[in-house]
Design a protein around this ligand. Structure first.
Ligand SMILES: [Zn+2]
Length: 446
């Protein structure tokens, strides 16, 4: 698998900040020369928490000490009242402060999404290089130029400088909690809908689309053939393929300059669950596990969309019933409560004026057969996605994510478009006036 990653790094070396992925058994012990070359022989701040220290940190420490490297340990604290680290503005500021006071010239994140994002974002802001020692094949952020940050209660994705090097030790990844391995598969299962969202966004809003990024995603996707049923056995080859596919997905985001290749409406479902979990102390699951369920939901919405009679849809009637922004604002206040202030700027940015809505729906009608043909090439049915996730024991229904409240499950599909302005099938379904109906029907299979 390393060959495909290496070929991608070589091919795009001018455009990728990540210069090396060391992925193998014993990768940690083999990593020092790569870290020295890419981080420089200076003081490194190594960020861990209890779990990641035991999973990989101790081995890294032995390796660094044996090589005579200068490093200091930093334990990422949980937020006040919390048990696990959280990537929010406070955690990033704390780490940045520690970088400054320690005099470190580079950092190493030992962890998965949260610790990686805290370190990546803080280092990016200070112009310092960082590397990551992956502890689980749980998401595609190791090689991406994006950090997922909870800002004022809203889950946002912020651009930042990617890791210079990623160390993915297959023994560590294979020993990760099964739920985190399943999360990695769930994150990658978003491809059929996130790529379709990217296509409709490019066609209907003129957003940037990158054929190169799409190709990298396709390459990574092919690695997953037959992987799902082998993950439950922690099969090393399957973990190797899963990890490589996640790394390629991150590269695709770096090449595209945004998360678009790998994050569409299905990710908004997950972000909505994270935000409401954080705001109200409700249950949530790992990012990719939620994305998997969101992907089934979004694929279902696509099925409804593709069966919808766009040609005889009454555009003028829909434009006439568009609520003025002031009225919609009131609705948002009722829906989002304590999250209202944080959500409004995102919702406002996507809320159309009547003329915008007319233009978009007319564009949809004019390009409908082309759009249908293009998204049909990448889409899959919600049943086939559910089946593949189920083979790996991944969550496939909201209750599997411990989201028992059906109203919250409904809202995660029907209201999620207001938390990010980038156009997705959820925005389109809302613009067609169908989101409530289709989200309600989706719940019958979720
Ligand atoms: Zn993701």
């Amino acid at each position: 698998m390393s060959d495909l990653m290496q070929a991608t790094i070589t091919r795009y070396r001018q455009r990728l900040a990540t210069k090396a992925v060391v992925q193998s058994r014993g990768a940690i012990e083999a990593s020092y020369p790569v870290l020295r070359n890419l981080l420089g022989e200076r003081l490194w701040l190594v960020a861990v928490d209890d779990n990641t220290w035991h999973a990989a940190g101790k081995r890294l420490a032995v390796t660094l000490d044996a090589a005579g490297a200068r490093w200091e340990r930093y334990d990422v604290p949980p937020p006040p009242g919390g048990h696990e680290p959280l990537c929010d503005d406070d955690a990033i500021a704390l780490f940045a402060e520690q970088l400054g006071s320690s005099g470190a010239a580079a950092a190493i994140a030992v962890g998965s999404g949260t610790i990686n994002d805290i370190v990546k974002y803080a280092c990016s802001g200070l112009g310092l290089p960082m590397a990551c020692v992956a502890t689980a094949p749980s998401m595609n952020g190791y090689t991406s130029g994006i950090a997922a940050i909870l800002q004022h209660g809203v889950k946002t994705t912020q651009p930042c400088e990617p890791a210079r090097a990623v160390v993915a030790d297959l023994d560590v990844l294979s020993d990760a909690p099964m739920r985190m391995i399943q999360s990695g598969l769930g994150d990658l299962m978003s491809k059929p809908v996130s790529n379709s969202d990217w296509i409709i966004s490019a066609k209907l809003t003129g957003s940037h689309h990158s054929a190169e990024a799409m190709q990298i995603i396709e390459d990574g996707s092919r690695l997953l053939d037959g992987v799902a049923p082998r993950l439950l056995q922690r099969d090393r080859d399957a973990i190797d393929r899963l990890s490589a596919s996640l790394m390629l997905s991150g590269f695709a985001m770096s090449i595209a300059g945004s998360s678009s290749p790998a994050s569409g409406g299905e990710h908004l479902v997950s972000h909505y669950l994270d935000m409401t979990a954080h705001a109200h102390g409700l249950p949530h699951d790992f990012h990719g596990c939620q994305v998997g369920v969101g992907t089934i939901a979004a694929a279902f919405v696509y099925e409804k969309l593709l069966a919808f009679d766009v040609q005889s849809f009454d555009i003028e009637a829909r434009v006439a019933e568009l609520a003025p922004w002031a009225d919609y604002l009131q609705l948002l206040r009722e829906r989002f409560g304590v999250l209202f202030d944080a959500v409004v700027p995102h919702a406002r940015a996507a809320y159309p004026e009547p003329d915008d809505l007319r233009v978009r729906l007319e564009a949809l009608r004019a390009q409908w057969s082309e759009i249908k043909a293009e998204v049909s090439r990448t889409l899959r049915t919600h049943e086939s996605i559910r089946e593949e996730l189920a083979q790996a024991g991944c969550p496939v229904r909201f209750v599997d994510l411990r989201v028992e409240d059906r109203k919250r499950a409904f809202a995660s599909i029907a209201w999620a478009k207001d938390i990010r302005s980038r156009y997705t099938v959820l925005h389109l379904a809302w613009e067609l006036g169908r989101i409530d109906t289709w989200a309600g029907e989706a719940l019958e299979v979720l």
